[in-house]
Design a protein around this ligand. Structure first.
Ligand code: SF4
Ligand code: SF4
Length: 72
């Protein structure tokens, strides 16, 4: 059995700082209010993000990417 089978995890998205222009295309697509614009760029609140990736195709800069995070 590997670590990934026993450790609790979930998927979230992150945003590449250097690519995000703060256009907010992604913001209205998040049903869980997990995205916030702070200082002209968007951040993901990982505790709220459910990894549904609805926001991902909205980004013209391809700045949004999914990651697996461990919860322990
Ligand atoms: S992956 Fe889903 S829950 Fe997470 S920020 Fe994007 S739209 Fe919101
Ligand atoms: S759509 Fe992309 S560039 Fe626009 S605010 Fe969201 S992450 Fe940033």
């Amino acid at each position: 059995m590997t670590d990934s089978e026993v450790r609790p995890y979930k998927f979230v998205v992150r945003i590449k700082d250097e690519l995000c222009t703060g256009c907010e295309n992604c913001l209205p697509l998040c049903p869980y209010l997990a995205m916030k614009n702070i200082g002209n760029r968007v951040y993901v609140l990982e505790e709220k993000c459910r990894g549904c990736v609805r926001c991902l195709p909205a980004c013209p800069e391809e700045a949004i990417y999914p990651v697996k995070i461990y919860l322990d």
